[in-house]
Design a protein around this ligand. Sequence first.
Ligand code: FAD
Length: 393
Amino acid sequence: MSDEPDLDSLRRELRSWLAVNAPQGWREKTQTHAEFAADQRAWFLKLVEGGYATPHWPAEWPGGGRTLAEQKVIYEELARADTPRLLLSFVSTYHAAATFLECGSEAQKAKYLPKILEGETWCQGFSEPNAGSDLASLKCRAERKGDVYVVSGQKIWSTMAQYADKCLLLVRTSSDGPKQAGITYLLMDMKAPGVSVRPINQIQGDQEFAEIFLDEVEVPVEERVGAEGAGWAVAQATLASERGLTLMELSYRMRGALHYIADLIRTTGRNDDAGVLRDFGDLVAKVDATCAIADQFLDNRINGIERVGDASFVKNSYSRTLREWSALGVRLGGMAEQLRKPIVFGDLNTGNFMADFMNSYAWTIAGGSEEVQRNIIAERVLEMPREPKGWTA
Ligand SMILES: Cc1cc2nc3c(=O)[nH]c(=O)nc-3n(C[C@H](O)[C@H](O)[C@H](O)COP(=O)(O)OP(=O)(O)OC[C@H]3O[C@@H](n4cnc5c(N)ncnc54)[C@H](O)[C@@H]3O)c2cc1C
């Protein structure tokens, strides 16, 4: 007997569950950001109840222990049923969970992982106004005073920080030696005195992320992950989850949502338009290629193989294909698509290609910009020189 899970049964079981439980009409119904956050919380808890919220967690946790193949089926089916992506909880279930599981103390795992399943949400406080691509330049300062760190500084682009209960925070505890060596990783309560959050307005009407201002915020020393000054290594666990599992989910969601483009081809009477069919075929191939690249990356990681540049290939393939995916939707939908009422939150949510198209540009920056990924591929995979030979300014 094979130990391989029966993927067809899982697909059938999930389709039946979604037929009863998938939120209906959420895109039109949601009028405010607060409603969006409430809907996201409710949908997350429903997925936890169904056992589909954390398929990537280890088997000892509820809903965990699914194989990669099973996870992909789950993501495809969630997209196929037009359920909202969990924008409010993905930092909790991926980034925070990976950080606790890989680098957290037993006490931190026991304290925080069950709370995530109860709906506690985390944001990621890494980037600063002058520390994004060059994250190690971060300046947010933490000084140890007895049993607490006193933190002052600013963070920016923190996804859903305005709704978060807790924050994965990178701070500078020392300015001596290499930049990376003075970074410490803290777990901060977003309700602590001295924390203020200001949402950032985006072009498509969203407020996906926020600035965080910290004024002498006290973080207990036991809320540090790893040793003081070892935060850079811990941050790699957080970032690896962002570039690995998160992008795999998104790639498979993109595949599960391809039928929206196919529907649009039919409803706009383009079934026999050779140009449109060629572009659709091209898109399907690129979506499949993106999924294959993400698969290979994760299979390698599971087998302990870390290859420089693999995460960069996944990242750039996803962001470029997402742009082509949503651009084809906008083109097929014509003026009507472009004039649609903006939705409260855009993402790979399908059904509003214009919002998806604008949001696709965010993905050329989030998790490390496209240009920086290309530098990695050029310099570290292709071993190209930083400057062409014989080049002079
Ligand atoms: C949708 C979204 C969600 C995000 N969520 C979070 C979050 O939750 N938490 C968090 O901490 N951060 C978050 N970020 C921030 C993200 O990590 C940073 O935006 C990213 O690292 C780039 O940094 P920056 O914005 O400071 O741009 P910069 O680093 O200033 O880059 C500006 C431009 O210069 C280019 N550039 C920079 N360095 C080089 C180089 N060496 N070679 C070539 N070109 C270069 C970049 O490609 C870019 O085009 C999010 C960003 C987005 C878009």
